[in-house]
Design a protein. Structure first.
Length: 151
């Protein structure tokens, strides 16, 4: 099966997110996401394998937000800075929100965590990719012209 990130058809709002569809010889499968929260540091599962620390997901940088995890799997990372409201915040705020995407058994998995937080949220079988994450995936060369994800 191949993962396609399809445009969301919406006539009321401008949507930039993408719907995840798994296409194969037997048709199209729509994801059914499940979420689970884990304490970190501590063991959590992502893509069927255990991690002790979130940094194991982003162990070896290969460029443009793409990494290899501790098991050698390709992971796409997207990060966003904590909100800053004035020059003092911009000078001193060093924390980020993080999303790490990988695929396993025809499922797109997303691990979300924040710097300084003690939990990680793992979503198995992601059904939608936010627009800014999608645009970063395209810039990293992970999405082809037809919208298929190569992760």
């Amino acid at each position: 099966m191949r993962c396609r990130l399809a445009e969301i058809q919406n006539t009321i709002f401008v949507e930039t997110g993408r719907k995840v569809l798994w296409e194969g010889p037997n048709g199209v499968r729509t994801p059914e996401p499940t979420e689970r929260e884990f304490s970190v540091p501590g063991m959590f599962l992502a893509g069927g394998l255990p991690y002790l620390f979130t940094r194991q997901l982003l162990l070896i940088p290969t460029g443009k937000g793409v990494y290899r995890d501790g098991y050698g799997r390709k992971v796409f990372a997207y990060k966003e800075r904590f909100p800053c409201f004035d020059s003092h915040d911009y000078k001193h705020e060093k924390r980020y929100y993080h999303w790490a995407y990988l695929t396993h058994w025809n499922r797109l998995i997303c691990v979300y965590f924040e710097d300084g937080d003690r939990c990680a949220e793992v979503t198995v079988d992601v059904d939608e990719v936010p627009g800014d994450h999608f645009e970063a995936m395209v810039k990293a060369g992970l999405v082809d012209a037809d919208g298929y994800l190569r992760l």
